[in-house]
Design a binder for this molecule. Structure first.
Ligand code: ATP
Ligand code: FE2
Length: 339
C-alpha cells in the first residue's frame, strides 16, 4: 500500500484532521465542540466545525511540514461522508472538497463506522474481527463477509452512549454521562432488574434508559448506575457472542467512545476467554471519533481506486456500513483473512 492521505472527521462534536501513510499517523489536530450545557446542538456543532476547519487543516499541514512532508506530497483527501449529523457532515464535506480542488488530488468519501473498524485492524493485531462499535449515536456489531462488512446486530433506537447520557441528564449528572455512571457503578451493592431488550440480533436502549431514571426514586445512584451498565453490557456482549458463533470468527474488536468503560472490557474479555477468541482494544486515541481513522480508511480506499468526483460527494446522514463495496480487501485474500 502506498500514499499519504489527509482525512477530516466531523460527524458529531469532534472535528479532527489527520495525515497518515501506511506506516503511521504523521500528524493529527482536533478541536472539540463543547456545548455550554447538556447535549449536542447540531447547528451549533456545525458552526463550530465551520469556524475551526481551517485551523485543524492548517495545523495538521504545519505539523506534517515539521516532519518534512509538504502539502504537495498528499495524494488524496478523505472525509466522513456519514452517518452523522447532517449539518456537521455538510460543513466537513465542503472543507474536504475545497482542499481536494486546491491541491488537485482525488476525494474519498469514508463511512465513519467502517473507519472505526479499519483503524482497529491497523492498530491492533486483529485481522478479521467481529467488531462491537458502541458510541454516543451508534451501536453496531459488524463483521466482514464476502466483499462487505455486514451489520449482524444494531440498536433499533438510540446508541448506548446516548442512552447513558440521557439517563445522566435526567439524574442531574453532567455530560457526558458514561464516565460518571462507570464511577458510581463501582460502589454499588445491589443489582436492580431492568428491561433487557434484545430482539433477534438487534438492541434497544431507550426503554432501559427511561427505566433506570424511574428506578432512581427507590434506589441509590450507585445501584441504578451499576444495574444499567450490567444490563446494557450483557445485551451487547450477547449479540457480539452470537455474531462470533454465527460467523465462526475468533477475534473481537472494541470500538467507539463507550469502549473506554472498564466493566464492558472485562465482560467482553470473559466472553472471549470462554470461547477461545482473542479480544482487542485499540489505544484510547483511536477508539472515540478521530481524524486518523478517516485518513487511514481514506488511504485504503484511495489505494484500491475507490475515489469520488466532487459532483458525487454528497453526504449521507444515514450512511450504512453494509452499503459500502469493500474494495480494499482483495477477494482472493478472504480465505487467508478468515483462517
Ligand atoms: P459517534 O459519532 O461515533 O456516535 P460520539 O460523538 O458519540 O461518536 P464517542 O467519543 O465515540 O463520540 O463516544 C462518546 C460517548 O461515549 C458518550 O455518549 C459517552 O457518555 C460515552 N462514554 C465515554 N466514556 C465512557 C465510559 N467510561 N463508560 C461508558 N460510556 C462512556
Ligand atoms: Fe464514531
Amino acid at each position: 500500500m502506498k500514499g499519504t492521505v489527509l482525512g477530516i472527521e466531523g460527524t458529531a462534536w469532534n472535528l479532527s484532521a489527520a495525515i497518515v501513510n501506511e506506516k503511521d499517523v504523521i500528524a493529527e489536530v482536533s478541536d472539540m465542540y463543547k456545548p455550554p450545557t447538556g447535549g449536542i446542538h447540531p447547528r451549533e456543532a456545525a458552526q463550530h466545525h465551520a469556524k475551526y476547519a481551517s485551523y485543524v487543516v492548517k495545523g495538521v499541514l504545519e505539523e506534517a511540514k515539521q516532519k518534512g512532508l509538504d502539502a504537495s506530497d498528499i495524494d488524496a483527501i478523505s472525509f466522513s461522508q456519514g452517518p452523522g449529523l447532517g449539518a456537521c457532515l455538510r460543513t466537513v464535506a465542503t472543507a474536504a472538497r475545497m482542499l481536494a480542488i486546491s491541491l488537485d488530488v482525488p476525494l474519498v468519501g469514508v463511512n465513519h463506522c467502517l473507519a472505526h473498524v479499519e483503524v482497529g485492524r491497523w492498530k491492533t493485531p486483529a485481522t478479521d474481527p467481529v467488531t462491537l462499535y458502541v458510541s454516543g449515536a451508534n451501536s453496531q456489531v459488524l463483521a466482514y463477509r464476502m466483499g462487505r462488512y455486514r451489520v449482524f446486530g444494531e440498536t433499533l433506537d438510540i446508541g448506548l452512549g446516548n442512552a447513558f447520557d440521557k439517563f445522566a441528564r435526567s439524574a442531574g449528572l453532567g455530560h457526558p454521562g458514561g464516565p460518571q455512571i462507570e464511577q458510581f457503578a463501582r460502589n454499588a451493592s445491589t443489582y436492580i432488574p431492568l428491561p433487557y431488550v434484545v430482539k433477534g440480533m438487534d438492541l434497544s436502549f431507550s426503554g432501559l434508559s427511561t427505566a433506570a431514571t424511574a428506578a432512581l426514586k427507590d434506589n441509590s445512584m450507585e445501584d441504578v448506575c451499576y444495574s444499567f451498565q450490567e444490563t446494557a453490557f450483557a445485551m451487547v456482549v450477547e449479540v457480539t457472542e452470537r455474531a462470533l458463533a454465527h460467523t465462526g470468527k475468533n477475534e473481537v474488536l472494541l470500538a467507539g467512545g463507550v469502549g473506554a468503560n472498564m466493566r464492558l472490557r472485562e465482560m467482553l474479555d470473559i466472553m472471549c476467554n470462554e470461547r477461545g477468541a482473542n479480544f482487542y482494544v485499540p489505544e484510547k486515541r483511536f477508539m472515540g471519533d478521530n481524524g486518523a481513522m478517516i485518513a487511514y480508511l481514506g488511504l485504503l480506499m484511495y489505494d484500491s481506486g475507490n475515489v469520488i468526483d466532487v459532483e458525487n460527494s454528497h453526504v449521507n446522514p444515514n450512511f450504512r456500513p453494509d452499503d459500502v463495496d469493500v474494495t480494499w480487501i482483495p477477494r482472493d485474500l478472504e480465505e487467508g483473512m478468515q483462517s
